[in-house]
Design a protein around this ligand. Sequence first.
Ligand code: DGJ
Length: 728
Amino acid sequence: MQRFLVAFFSLVSVLTAQGAPGDTHIAIETRKTALVIRVDKEQNPTIVHFGQRLSRPDEYAQIPGNGKRGEDYTGIYNSVYTPAGSRNLLEPAIQVTHADGNPSLDLRYVRHESKPAGEGVVLTTVYLKDPQYPFEVTLYYKAYQNEDVIEQWSTIRHTEKKNVTLHKYASANLYIPAQNYYLTHFHGDWANEMNPTEEPLTEGIKVLDSKLGTRADLFQPPSFLVALNQPAQEDQGEVMAGTLAWSGNYQIAFEVDPLHNLRMTAGINPYASAYTLAPGKEFVTPAFLFTYSNTGKGTASRSLHRWARKFRIPQGQGDRLTLLNNWEATFFDFNEEKLTGLFKDGKKLGVDLFLLDDGWFGNKYPRNNDKTALGDWQENVNKLPHGLGYLVKEAENAGIKFGIWLEPEMVSPKSELYEKHTDWVLKLPNRQEYYYRNQLVLDLTNPKVQDFVYGVVDNVMTKNPTIGYIKWDCNAVIYNAFSATNPNPSHLYVEYVQGLYKVVERLRAKYPTLPMMLCSGGGGRVDYGALRYFTEFWPSDNTDGLERVFIQWNYSYFYPSIATCNHVTDWGKQPIKFRTDVAMMGKMGYDIVVSKLDEKELQFSQEALKTYERIKNVIWQGDMFRLASPYTGDVASLMYVNEARDRAVWFTYLTKNRYKAGSVAPIRLQGLDPAKNYTVRELNVYPGARSAINNTTAYSGNYLMTVGFNPNVDARRTSVVLELTEAK
Ligand code: DGJ
């Protein structure tokens, strides 16, 4: 603690340093990174540095104002939060119409402060104000010292005589001067999530956004990488990784300005979302999270992973349950007898929990397909005559826990809920109803609906307190976005997400340790807004082993393995060993018919689960290193190294099928201790197969990281898992 205080006070002295006469410099620093704000004599706050922290903070004052080259006609191209309507000429962070109709804003520095916000966290607050109007913006920067992550958000308030309209209200506005910029963003669709594209940014604006309302990142997640000067590399070069912690419509704009500097604004999407702010009320934006690395995107990912485990994801440094899910094993076709059989199968396999998926509810309109019953969360009496309580007990009698699937935000047109409460449903009068997976979205901006949605989960949990897991699904986007009860139609998209967060906040308060999976008809909803409440997420319905190598690879840029649910299923052509090896690089589960496994497959799976139990902490809590990319070679290779650097688990997969494709040369490992010696042992060897790895030699970390090691992946050994243990 004492060390921490000393560090903090030395930081405060940096914050008040004034290098150039009359200017104030506010340095938001982590262990390696600095974001420096300069305030000039006219109280204009601008960003003069984002990147590596300088060893002499007084030199921040020497940094040229707009990153160099040429005339900034406004003096605020690099504004810390660009206001629209006065002298700004570029993309604003905020645009408002004042109570008197004036459509302009000016924001000048008032003061700033900095204080500890937990061990290793410093919160800097910068207060800005319009000189002519009682209108204030406060910028918050939480700097996570050891993780090198900065969390930025803003609050907006005013005391004008009447309401003010906020047209745009970004979370963050950054400014980065470099020679060139390379943006990596991700796009996809159902079962095809997270495809990366890297492109140079040129003058003009590139926008990433979503207008889907609920499953905001189905087409394009709010996460990206920007490499400076050269395309992003794994272990060298300057890279920023950013992500918006918001589960709804977002907009991230990258503008290369007339001076060839990069301006960035990130926040809620202004699309159809003008916000009426009453006097004295405060609007809080979601947080934008970012990290900077000058040793490539690998470091950036590890920083985000460490931050997420320690500061964001519930039980991020704790445990998780392996499970057997019945979705692909039964779809909607099950009854008590079938399920109790599956509990025994789960136990035989060796998982911790059985997860009952979709199809267990609805009586007037039984949920026998995806067209009915969402909203009618009562057990279907034909399928489950003895109710959930009976199933929970039966599972426990079989020796495993019981978890359940819910989709609480949704309603089927064929449901009793829809019949009773048409005004609880998002839809437009005088318009045809459009369905996404045959369903509509409930109006979470309505407090009564929030209570209902909370009650869906709370009732199930109150009646069955030993339920050990919730899978929270969300299969529809918002069409015909309109609420029958919300007086502000253009608040809908924003208040939907706020309503959702209120519900899960209440649930977390009552059930702080309940594992909850964030699922969205595959991976349509993964962000650090929702991951404040959910212990894990479902990356994709596509569980084809080969596809998953790519999908998981791309999620790994931003999300840690402990939160990434990977299930072994029957998708794809890969052998069960391949699918199991891939699923192990995260939180492992199964969605297969155990009774259809042959003797060897069952034995292999049982042993794999035991192995997983032994190594899971290295995978979940260790540092991840992407060693060989499936986008540039024949194999994908990743490893996880524990903090003590005495254990590592290393996965390699064949991802191409050309003649002689394979790991033709040694792969250089990373993250080991060069001075330690390690033995290498193959895991998940299929019954009857012999490992091609000699486990008697101990190699130094130095050797393994300089020369490398060949896991011997080829067409006969398409996936190889190796464990490295310090030889003592
Ligand atoms: C979509 C999910 O991604 C699946 O895993 C499954 O739960 C179905 N929904 C059930 O409807």
